[in-house]
Ligand binder design. Structure first.
Ligand code: ZN
Length: 241
């Protein structure tokens, strides 16, 4: 067996919104139409990508040989209520687990952090988040205020990481151990960010962009994610051989 465990790969797919923009909104790249989403899920199934859940993902970081040769983790950023209504029924049809990264300040509110760049959308409230957990979608952290980490002082960085984890764990009664960096922004000082993540009790963190991660992963606090939009070509993004 070679150092890459015979070429094992872990693809983390990063989605935002599935389906149509809300009435009065506008289509952006971050909306994937349902028919396209379904074809992307079908592609994974037909090309030997085995979908894993958060438990198997975390185990795989410590025990790479427990991961499939082509493992895939489906993730959704920001916590849009439409994910529960539109994406989850498709995931249930395929029997696929998923992860949703939620900024805690906006639970039950709207995506005001997008500030006119994206349509106004309702965000999941606590009942929605509990329902998602029940439907095999694990809720994990996307910070508190959805600020890029490089905007924060070291004290604010600590506070964002700690508070979002504590609030989600208290609200959902389960561990929260994975972060997705808002805007994929890991902060200006990698060592400082890694230390803050470890202090707060996170075991992994996801960037936004890049391809599948070679297994074993080089740095579990800097995992690449395939940015998923309507024109993402999984054949080239996942580098099929
Ligand atoms: Zn986000």
């Amino acid at each position: 067996m070679n150092s890459q465990l015979n070429g094992r790969r872990l693809a983390i797919l990063g989605f935002h919104k599935i389906g149509e923009p809300p009435p009065g909104g506008w289509a952006s790249w971050f909306y994937v139409p349902e028919t396209v989403f379904a074809s992307q899920l079908r592609y994974l199934h037909e090309n030997g990508w085995q979908l894993i859940d958060i438990g198997r993902f975390l185990k795989g970081l410590l025990d790479p040989e427990s991961l499939p040769s082509r493992g895939a983790l489906l993730t959704f950023d920001d916590g849009y209520r439409s994910n529960l209504q539109v994406a989850i029924p498709w995931l249930q049809r395929f029997g696929y687990p998923s992860v949703m990264f939620v900024p805690t300040q906006f639970i039950g509110g709207h995506n005001v952090f997008d500030d006119g760049s994206e349509p106004w959308e309702a965000m999941c409230d606590w009942d929605d988040l509990r329902e998602l957990e029940r439907l095999a979608c694990s809720i994990q952290s996307h910070g508190v205020s959805h600020k890029g980490l490089s905007w924060l002082s070291p004290a604010e960085l600590d506070q964002e990481l700690r508070e979002s984890k504590i609030v989600l764990e208290a609200g959902l009664g389960k561990p929260v151990e994975v972060l997705a960096y808002p805007y994929g922004d890991e902060g200006a000082d990698r060592a400082l960010t890694t230390a803050a993540l470890k202090r707060a009790g996170y075991r992994a963190a996801c960037l936004y962009g890049g391809g599948p991660n070679p297994v074993p992963v080089a740095d579990s606090y800097r995992l690449m994610r395939v940015a998923m939009g309507p024109d993402t070509d999984l054949c080239s993004a996942l580098g099929q051989q």
